[in-house]
Design a protein around this ligand. Structure first.
Ligand code: GDP
Length: 456
């Protein structure tokens, strides 16, 4: 790879748009040279100093800024870093960026490049770099807390702890192999192997836990039920705006409508599905197919019924979809109507607990608050973490699956011999190292930094 000539990078660290302040950050060996080109002298490290910044060619004043200098390695990136706290006007920021662009020792930073340098300089491991991205993207309190926990190193500590356990087991296995003929305490290799199932169980518990991913990406809640029971009306009621078209004609909602909201600090996507009905044209059947797919993918299913329902909700479910997971809530909508027993009902399973049944009216709003409180409590219970480490990316799940496979092989290597077990443990430890970037960091950077913004 060709290393670009200029090794000092700069970028606006704050969002564009009129604001009181804007921060431009520089990192690299030529920070101070760039500042000097702007006509400002070297500020004392880690002290906010007012500096007049001028155009390098014309000497025209561009801004009076607050400048902070961090000397390597005591900075975010581990390199020399300069922060220019400018007045936030677009003209000011553009003129400074333009002046920096004309400096041969500087170049504009690529997305995530500051954090990438921090990783390469050993300031952050990969899990903490991921946490930086998550903290910037955090829109809800649960996302914020999760990212802060990870930035604090909870995932790194977990992975490093497992890796240390593996290394210890490996050391014992190797000692056993090396000194097999000598007077070592008997079977330390086998004793090490005997400790692996516990480690595998610990890893397993994390692989099966999707909480962190849900908090990052949103929990999907699907409303399902027969046509005209009021799913769209409920979605509108819950979203507080007219997101779905409400119509008295059965089968209007032919596609999937989604509304984003926050419950218990967790991002939630509420999905309104087409009514489940047996009859209908091709388009409607496609709607039902999508509704079922959405219901299956959802994390939480809410089954809606109404006293005037004319169809059984499950009549529309083709046989191959009969295995829909149970609904967490049953909403008896149109509570404002006199119950009309049409005989229509549903056989879709709910977690059969009377606590999960709510009588509501999308029309009057009655009962809606109670349902939202219960839904929030369920989401809080299931997804909001207590600050303990959770896997937050598919990358973590994938690598841990590899680790588990290595442990599986090592555990049943007893019969095949300790040497093979040692090799499996080495592979598992190596995979764990890829989670934090302790091994193969260069190869992982592009994956981890794919969704970073410029200026980070
Ligand atoms: P969907 O097909 O399940 O999405 O049902 P819609 O939301 O389109 O509603 C079907 C019909 O039922 C519309 O005429 C709504 O105005 C009506 N409706 C929905 N919720 C209620 C309710 O709580 N009470 C009454 N009386 N009518 C409702």
């Amino acid at each position: 790879m060709n290393e670009p000539a200029a090794n000092t990078i700069y970028a606006r660290a704050t969002a564009p748009g009129r604001a009181a302040l804007a921060v431009i950050r520089l990192s690299g060996p030529d920070c101070l040279a760039a500042l000097s080109a702007l006509g400002a002298g070297c500020p004392p490290p880690r002290q906010a100093s007012v500096r007049r910044l001028a155009d390098p060619e014309s000497g025209r004043l561009l801004d009076e800024a607050l400048v902070i200098y961090f000397t390597a390695p005591h900075s975010y990136t581990g390199e020399d870093v300069l922060e220019l706290h400018l007045h936030g006007g677009e003209a000011v920021v553009a003129s400074i960026l333009d002046a920096l662009a004309r400096q041969p020792q500087c170049r504009a930073a690529a997305p995530g490049e500051f954090t990438r340098r921090a990783v390469l300089q050993g300031k952050l491991d990969l899990t903490r770099a991921e946490a930086v991205a998550d903290l910037i993207d955090a829109e809800t309190t649960a996302q914020q807390h999760q990212a802060l926990g990870q930035l604090g190193g909870n995932l790194r500590d977990l992975f490093d702890g497992w890796r240390a356990d593996l290394h210890e087991a490996l050391a014992h296995l190797e000692a056993d192999l090396e000194f097999a003929d000598e007077d070592l305490p008997g079977g330390i290799g086998r004793a090490a192997l005997a400790r692996l199932p516990a480690l595998r169980a610990a890893v397993d518990a994390y692989i099966g836990d999707a909480r962190g991913l849900r908090v990052r990406e949103g929990v999907r809640v699907a409303l399902l039920g027969a046509p005209n029971v009021g799913k769209s009306s409920l979605l509108n009621r819950l979203a507080g705006r007219n997101a779905a078209i409400v119509s008295a004609r059965a089968g209007t909602t032919r596609d999937i409508i989604e509304v984003a909201m926050t419950l218990a600090g967790v991002p939630v996507t509420l999905v309104d599905t087409a009514g489940l009905r047996a009859a209908g044209d091709d388009i409607e059947r496609e709607g039902v197919r999508r509704a079922l797919a959405a219901a299956r993918e959802a994390d939480i299913r809410v089954l809606v019924t109404a006293p005037d329902a004319t169809e059984d909700a499950d009549k529309g479910i083709p046989a191959e979809h009969g295995d829909l997971p149970p609904a967490a809530f049953l909403l008896k909508n149109k509570a404002d109507l006199q119950p009309i027993d049409t005989g229509a009902n549903t056989n879709i399973e709910t977690d059969s607990d009377a606590d999960n049944i709510y009588s509501v009216s999308a029309l009057t709003g009655a009962g809606i608050d109670g349902f939202v409180t219960a839904l929030s409590a369920l989401i809080q219970h299931r997804y909001a973490s207590s600050g303990s480490a959770v896997l937050t990316r598919q990358r973590h799940q994938t690598i841990l699956t590899e680790v588990r496979a290595g442990l599986d092989r090592a555990i049943d290597a007893e019969a095949r011999g300790l040497e093979l077990a040692a090799e499996d443990l080495r592979l598992a430890a190596r995979a764990l190292g890829r989670l934090t970037g302790a091994v193969d960091v260069e190869a992982l950077l592009d994956i981890v930094f794919a969704d970073f913004c410029i200026g980070k």
